[in-house]
Design a protein around this ligand. Structure first.
Ligand SMILES: [Zn+2]
Length: 358
């Protein structure tokens, strides 16, 4: 099988569908990493370059606001919209220099955050009028806490609008456990942590005629890294969903769905591999890369402790300046390197390392 050639820069529309189709054929998935600003974006681009693979770069609502400034006025989500737009423009400018294709995405959006995605779709439409493609490749709606009918109906409304500008929609069916970006599902009824294939079929029937979509299906996956406990990862649910849609709707492909694996951090390698064989094309990673950024920063602070007590004076002399050790770039670059290295490992776990012709 020839390696898929993908142009550097942001991947949208039919090209994105081609990438996902290739991933299923090549049995690999792309890491979708949460970023919070230029430092993590650049570290992510560096990882994709080393892996010679496209990468999915995503802003959560909190991450987008952080990119604009955590304390910026966020009335009606305007801070989070501005942060996500600015992040996208940074990615668009810089990714070509790294020579890597990027799928730009926004993460979980519950109903109360819909003004954020409303603002983002409006920005996407404006960008489309000016450039013939959307600003972002895709947005996620996460209405998984609602009744299935409401979840699907609202998702369909958004997809109607997004499909017109060649955008893809990610939906969530069933609930990802754990806690992320201020949403806490740690105490949820465990039956909701497993998606019903019938629900996937219902979503397929509603969305497939409208446009392109991906499905974050719950199979016991959780956000965050916890002690192994009562929840068991059961990727068979993903297979059952693919089988049901294929069988009931007689689709040409045996894997008609593009599936998304949330809460990839801390997952067993064998379960990741198994999920990919069932058509997972995107695996979210956040907690592991957060740790990979923070750990080397702590190590830097520990190792340079005596140089970080004041601006002047260290073990080499009471009049010696500490400017180079104090410079935030010194510890941020340590964090970036850790972040990149962890992501490169993720490309290997997902079998996408070296799978593309870039
Ligand atoms: Zn998630």
């Amino acid at each position: 099988m020839a390696k898929l050639k993908v142009k550097p820069g942001v991947v949208t529309g039919s090209q994105l569908q081609e990438v996902f189709a290739y991933c299923k054929e090549a049995q690999c998935a792309l890491p979708a990493v949460n970023v919070i600003g230029s430092s993590t974006v650049n570290a992510a681009l560096q990882a994709a370059k080393e892996a010679s693979s496209p990468i999915i770069i995503q802003f959560s609502n909190g991450g987008a606001l952080f990119n604009a400034g955590k304390y910026l006025d966020n009335t009606n989500q305007r801070g989070a919209v501005a942060g996500a737009v600015a992040g996208a423009l940074h990615v668009r400018h810089i990714s070509k220099l790294y020579g890597v294709p990027v799928i730009l995405h926004t993460d979980h959006c519950a109903r109360k955050l819909l003004p954020w995605v409303d603002g983002m779709v409006a920005e996407g439409e404006k960008f489309y009028r000016e450039n013939g493609e959307p600003l972002y490749s895709s947005h996620m709606l996460d209405l998984s806490e609602e009744e299935l009918e409401e979840n699907i109906a609202t998702s369909a409304q958004y997809l109607e609008r997004m499909a017109k500008i060649n955008m893809t929609l990610e939906i969530e069916l069933g609930v990802t456990g754990g806690e992320e970006d201020g949403v806490d599902n740690t105490d949820i009824d465990s039956s909701r942590l497993y998606t019903q294939p019938e629900h996937v079929l219902q979503a397929y029937d509603a969305l497939n005629p409208i446009g392109s979509f991906t499905v974050a299906a719950a199979f016991g996956n959780t956000h965050g890294v916890y002690k192994p406990g009562n929840v068991k990862l059961t990727p068979e649910i993903l297979k059952n969903s693919q089988d049901m849609v294929h069988r009931e709707r007689k689709t040409e492909s045996e894997q008609p769905l593009d599936l998304v694996f949330h809460g990839g951090s801390g997952s067993e390698k064998s379960k990741i591999t198994e999920a990919i064989t069932y058509g997972v094309v995107k695996m979210n990673i956040d907690t592991d890369t957060q740790w990979a950024f923070t750990r080397p920063v702590r190590e830097y602070i520990d190792a340079n402790h005596d140089y970080l007590m004041s601006q002047i004076g260290n073990p080499e002399g009471s009049d010696k300046p500490n400017k180079s050790k104090i410079d935030p770039r010194a510890w941020m670059v340590a964090g970036e390197k850790g972040f990149t290295a962890r992501l490169v490992e993720s490309f290997k776990d997902l079998n996408s390392f070296g799978q593309f012709d870039l």
